[in-house]
Structures are given as structure tokens and as C-alpha cells.
Design a protein around this ligand. Structure first.
Ligand code: NAP
Ligand code: GDP
Length: 345
């Protein structure tokens, strides 16, 4: 049985990847942060109490800012494959918390690579390492962007992801480590964090439709993104690590839409007009914007045989119907007297 270690297992991608690896027969270990409240909501449906026995999913407390802890988790989990998904992953927040974002995203990756390097030398095992790179690394580069496009990052998050990318390349070249950089374009799902624009839109429009909220405040509606489905994208991560040689791959749908077009599609699914409820708020604009991301994933399609199964319209439908169901539950709770109760997906 193969063993995988996932950092960022409690995030959107971590939860889909865990489902995928468990279904492929893996034993999965995950790094979770200590929090004052439960932070495993995205894993609850697949997690079983270790006391019950037989579980192939094990969670370890840790943090990518704590190198000693990472080394302990490596020794305890003995992985064949590592998926480094941990990140302060919000671009806007990275402008407010630049040093912290760099510590987690860039230096966090370096700490893990250093730990894996020593672990490999001490045990003789060649661990395969996936690094969660981002299309944000392309930033201001003209579309379409592919593996050959020069990076031009436009936020502390993106600069840190570029550093993490090059740490990966450097450890591959210096120590012969099996490191693959995935350069994934935006991918969404009903489990997407509530402050990313797609989920913010589907959640707010659903709540407005049911009278639970009045307005939706957004920033730049003209930015264009290549949005795919997270469930499709985690398969590409795994496929990269099954290759005979490590390499870097762009993963994208090859279609881009503006935030305005996402609003149109979500409102159409919910049979409502967004123009009377959306207001523009300057606080959601970024000091430097990424205007247009459109991926060329020819390499992943030809070398890995990967292609997305869910298209833009299906993604919007999946997210709006999920958020409408959550809003209905919230409405029921309110009607039952639970004033202010919020049900998040
Ligand atoms: P996400 O939902 O924000 O999840 C991030 C994960 O990282 C969470 O499990 C979070 O834990 C964990 N984390 C944050 N800081 C940490 C720390 N200091 N130590 C350990 N864990 C930490 O992100 P996602 O959408 O699943 O994305 C997964 C990865 O792919 C990220 O690296 C992201 O930057 C990258 N990426 C995402 C996209 C996309 O469109 N989704 C595109 C390209 C690249 P908590 O749950 O405790 O917060
Ligand atoms: P990103 O591509 O990783 O920054 O993903 P986001 O979902 O956070 O943002 C996608 C695009 O939507 C960016 O160009 C944002 O400027 C734009 N956008 C417009 N309004 C908002 C908003 O209210 N929140 C967020 N998160 N993004 C917004």
C-alpha cells in the first residue's frame, strides 16, 4: 500500500486529493494546524475515529512554519509521495500579511524540502514531492500562459509561490530529488473558501435570493480567470508523481471568463438579476491586479493524458446549487429561531 503525506489537507484541494488517494488504495497522512475550533469540516465525511480501527487516514498536528515538527511527521508517516498544498492562499490577504505569506508559502516549502532531503539521505528512500504552484506566478505575463512563459508575479503570494517553484527546481537539480511543480490555474468547487470570488458570488447570490442577505460587495469585475473544477485538478497532481521523471506542468481548462461573466452565469442559474444587488467596494481591489490568466495545458494533456471533465457552466451550476441548498438550511434554522446562525459549506 502506497503512503502519501498531504500538507494543507484541511483545504479545498486537500479534501479532494484525500478522497482520490483513499479510493486509489493509499494510506493518507495529513498535516493539520492546531486551532481553537474544529478545522476539519472538509474532511468530516471521510474521517473515522482511529479508535475504531481500519482507517487509512491519519492526521498529525503540524505547521509548515515549524521545521522540527515537519521532520517528526515525516518520520511518523513514512510517505512515498508528499503533496505540499499548505499555504496562506489568498492573494488579497497576502498584501496585508506579506511576511507571514512568505514564511508559509516560500520558506514553508523550503523547510519541507530540507526535511525530505535529510529523510531521503537517512533512509535511502526516494520520496516523490508535489509542489502546489499557481498561475498567479505568471501574473502580468500575456495570455495564453504555458510552462515556457516567464513569471511576472504581482503579489506577495505570487512572489512566494515563484520562490517555492524555484526551490523545487533547485532541489531536483542539486540533489536529484523527485520534485514536480504543478502550475495550476484557478480551480473552484462547492468547497472553495468563502472569500474567493467565485464562492463569494455563489454563496451571496443564493443567500440574497432567499432574503438572507441584501447586497454583495465586490472589487474588479473585469479580471479574467481560467476556472476549472478542483476535483479534476487533484488528479493531475497525482498523475505528475506517477511519471518516470519529475517535471513541471501547467493545469488549466484553456477557457477564460471575467468575474462579470461568472456573475452572469451564476445569476442565470439562480434565475435572478445581479445588477441591482452588487456594489463595488474599493477594499476588494488589489494594489497590483492580475488581469488575464488563460492556461495552455497542452503538455499535461499530451504527456499525462489529463483533461478536465467539468466545464465552466457545470462548475457554476455545481456551486450555485450547493450554496442554494446551504442557504435553504440556514433559512430553516432561522425560521426555527436560530437567529444569526450561519451554515457554511
Ligand atoms: P486552501 O483551501 O486555502 O487550503 C490551504 C491549506 O493550507 C489549508 O489546509 C490550511 O489550513 C493550510 N495551511 C495554511 N497555513 C498553513 C501552515 N502555516 N502550516 C500548515 N498548513 C497551513 O487552498 P486550496 O484552494 O486547497 O489550494 C491548495 C494549494 O494550491 C495552496 O498551496 C494554493 O496556494 C495552491 N493553489 C490553489 C489554486 C486554487 O485555485 N485553488 C490555484 C493554484 C494554486 P487551515 O484549514 O487550518 O487554514
Ligand atoms: P485569485 O485569482 O487567486 O486572486 O482568486 P480570487 O478568487 O481571490 O480573485 C479572482 C479575481 O476576482 C481577482 O482578479 C480579483 O481582483 C477579482 N475580484 C473582484 N472582486 C473580488 C472580491 O470581492 N473578492 C475576491 N477574492 N476577488 C475579487
Amino acid at each position: 500500500m502506497k503512503r502519501a503525506l498531504i500538507t494543507g489537507i484541511t483545504g479545498q484541494d486537500g479534501s479532494y486529493l484525500t478522497e482520490f488517494l483513499l479510493s486509489a488504495g493509499y494510506h493518507v497522512s495529513g498535516l493539520i494546524r492546531r486551532a481553537s475550533t474544529f478545522n476539519t469540516g472538509r474532511l468530516d465525511h471521510i474521517y473515522s475515529d482511529p479508535h475504531d480501527g481500519g482507517s487509512r487516514l491519519k492526521l498529525h498536528y503540524g505547521d509548515v512554519t515549524d521545521g522540527t515538527g515537519l521532520r517528526r511527521v515525516l518520520e511518523a508517516s513514512m510517505p512515498d509521495e508528499i503533496y505540499n498544498l499548505a499555504a496562506q492562499s489568498h492573494v488579497r490577504v497576502s498584501f496585508d500579511q506579506a511576511e507571514y505569506s512568505a514564511d508559509v508559502v516560500a520558506t514553508g516549502t523550503l523547510r519541507l524540502l530540507e526535511a525530505v532531503r535529510d529523510y531521503g539521505e537517512n533512509t535511502g528512500r526516494r520520496v516523490r514531492f508535489y509542489q502546489a504552484g499557481s498561475s498567479e506566478m505568471f501574473g502580468a505575463a500575456a495570455p495564453p500562459q504555458s510552462e515556457g512563459t516567464a513569471f511576472h508575479p504581482r503579489s506577495p503570494y505570487a512572489v512566494s509561490k515563484v520562490a517555492a517553484h524555484w526551490y523545487g527546481v533547485n532541489y531536483r537539480e542539486s540533489y536529484g530529488m523527485f520534485v514536480c511543480n504543478g502550475i495550476l490555474f484557478n480551480h473552484e468547487s462547492p468547497r472553495r473558501g468563502e472569500t474567493f470570488v467565485t464562492r463569494k458570488i455563489t454563496r451571496a447570490l443564493a443567500r440574497i435570493k432567499l432574503g438572507l442577505q441584501e447586497k454583495l460587495f465586490l472589487g474588479n469585475l473585469e479580471a479574467r480567470r481560467d476556472w476549472g473544477f478542483a476535483g479534476d485538478y487533484v488528479k493531475a497532481m497525482w498523475m505528475m508523481l506517477q511519471q518516470s521523471q519529475p517535471d513541471d506542468f501547467v493545469v488549466s481548462t484553456g477557457e477564460a471568463y471575467s468575474v462579470r461573466e461568472f456573475l452572469d452565469a451564476a445569476a442565470e442559474e439562480l434565475d435572478m438579476d445581479w445588477k441591482s444587488v452588487v456594489e463595488i467596494d474599493q477594499r476588494y481591489f488589489r494594489p497590483a491586479e492580475v488581469d488575464y490568466l488563460l492556461g495552455d495545458s497542452t503538455k499535461a494533456r499530451t504527456r499525462l493524458g489529463w483533461k478536465p471533465a467539468v466545464n465552466f457552466r457545470e462548475l457554476v451550476r455545481m456551486m450555485t446549487s450547493n450554496d442554494l441548498e446551504l442557504a435553504r438550511r440556514e433559512e430553516t434554522l432561522r425560521q426555527a429561531g436560530h437567529v444569526g446562525a450561519t451554515v457554511l459549506g
